[in-house]
Design a protein around this ligand. Sequence first.
Ligand SMILES: NC(=O)c1ccc[n+]([C@@H]2O[C@H](COP(=O)([O-])OP(=O)(O)OC[C@H]3O[C@@H](n4cnc5c(N)ncnc54)[C@H](O)[C@@H]3O)[C@@H](O)[C@H]2O)c1
Length: 276
Amino acid sequence: MIDFGLAGTVVAVTGGGSGIGRSIAEFAGAHGVRVAVIDRDESAAKSVAADLPDARAYTLDVRDPEETDAVFTAVERELGPLHGAVTCAGVSLPGVADRLSHERWSTVLDVNLTGTFLSLQAAGRRMLPRGAGALVAVGSVDSFGGHGERANYAASKAGIAGVVRSMAIDWGPRGVRVNAIAPGAVDTPLLRRNIPADVIRDTMVARTPLGRLSTGADQAAAALFLLSDAAAYVTGVLLPVDGGTTAGYFTHIAPAGDGPAPDDGAARSPGLPAGR
Ligand SMILES: NC(=O)c1ccc[n+]([C@@H]2O[C@H](COP(=O)([O-])OP(=O)(O)OC[C@H]3O[C@@H](n4cnc5c(N)ncnc54)[C@H](O)[C@@H]3O)[C@@H](O)[C@H]2O)c1
């Protein structure tokens, strides 16, 4: 097991009741972290916390600033001073742009962008007087590019990039680092709810150089790295944890074996016939 040096620290995880947040809560708990499992879904948060050695569950809708402040106060009172927070609460409500309702637009922006900002702000406000702490937001590969039928979701994730970079500038001089993981396709209930299985296989996995969906543990390891002192000089960064999805375009265009043999001296890009 990798030693992230985080045993005994307190870390809050929003959206900790399911998917990526749940994996991060479990992974952190297995590394000796005292975890505040925060979720709108009370029973999900409780069931995750109950399985961890040293955790508590908190119910919160991350869109509510007063509730958010109250929950972070309770976390510090009950678990101790926060070392870190990871903001995983998020939703996806697809719709092609000309038919995307105002309600779907607002809900996704409110939860994913405003909710992320409010949780980072609440955690940061408690860390700044102590001059130490690390925050990790959850962006997406959609923080770097568009996504069909998800203008609301892609806007929220691009917005998270702006929040993370700006907070890093504001708070770096005061000892608090702010970064994000940018997951590709992670095998979670959110993904399975929103994307048909054949699209996951034929589009998402096919365009991922590492050839598989991400597990929650892939994301958790990256988040714990950013929370740890191994990342002491890293702030304002969105770390793609995407199996190489954003490394480039045009994967697997040519059938295997197309073009001259690789030992004929002709310079060629992998997957493209010579001369292209
Ligand atoms: N699954 C993927 O492929 C993927 C890829 C990139 C980014 N992400 C991002 O990761 C994050 C987690 O996604 P997931 O796939 O684990 O989804 P999920 O649906 O499995 O989990 C999301 C959790 O957030 C909670 N939540 C939703 N709205 C909330 C609110 N208003 N207040 C508090 N909690 C709320 C839900 O109850 C749920 O427990 C999201 O921000 C998502 O955009 C997911």
